[in-house]
Design a protein around this ligand. Structure first.
Ligand code: HEM
Length: 158
């Protein structure tokens, strides 16, 4: 998906769906070996990784796979209700995902990494807030979030 100005989406810049699927699969391998996060995820559904990859890819301007599979922003939020996540969990989650992105050599330009980390900060903080609620407080029809290049603009031009 490309905008009118031929600016690539974050999804395209990252390398498309295979990159998101590998990123999230490798990330959860780390999570399951992490003493802080493993207990939270050890009973996750077999489709968890794929759903998270599809969710993030869609937010970053990729195909609407998560929505097509029956997902929505509110359905994602609901998965976190009552999970009682803490700031410590959130920080470790972000740290492991950024480490995985480094190991996979996701684009390392400042513009991409700024937008990537900004989304992780935003998304994980929302996850923690919702995890400490017991019922959904948002409009179920709320559209999927969309994330773009943000303040630094982009893409990177050497
Ligand atoms: C950008 C941030 C995040 C996104 C986009 C995200 C996305 C998702 C999605 C799409 C699901 C549903 C998966 C499915 O349908 O099987 C989910 C479930 C879940 N998420 Fe997140 N999440 C985020 C942050 C976090 C954080 C920071 C934690 C904890 C440290 C967390 C813990 C969980 C748990 C425990 C579930 C339920 C797992 C299961 O029982 O299958 N999430 N998340």
């Amino acid at each position: 998906m490309t905008t009118n100005n031929n600016i690539p989406s974050l999804y395209e810049w990252a390398g498309g769906m295979p990159v998101f699927e590998k990123l999230i699969t490798d990330f959860y391998s780390k999570v399951l070996h992490d003493e802080l996060l493993a207990p939270i995820f050890k009973h996750m559904s077999p489709t968890h990784q794929q759903h998270v990859a599809h969710f993030i890819a869609e937010v970053f301007g990729g195909p609407k796979s998560y929505s097509a599979e029956g997902g929505s922003h509110s359905k994602m939020v609901q998965k976190h209700l009552g999970k009682h996540l803490t700031e410590q969990h959130r920080k470790r989650w972000v740290q492991l995902l950024v480490e995985t992105a480094d190991e996979m050599h996701l684009p390392e330009d400042p513009e991409f990494r700024s937008a990537f980390v900004a989304y992780l900060e935003w998304g994980t903080r929302i996850a923690v807030i919702n995890s400490n609620e017991t019922e959904l407080k948002m409009d179920e029809e709320q559209p999927m979030p969309k994330w773009g290049w943000g303040e630094p603009g982009g893409p990177y031009i050497p």
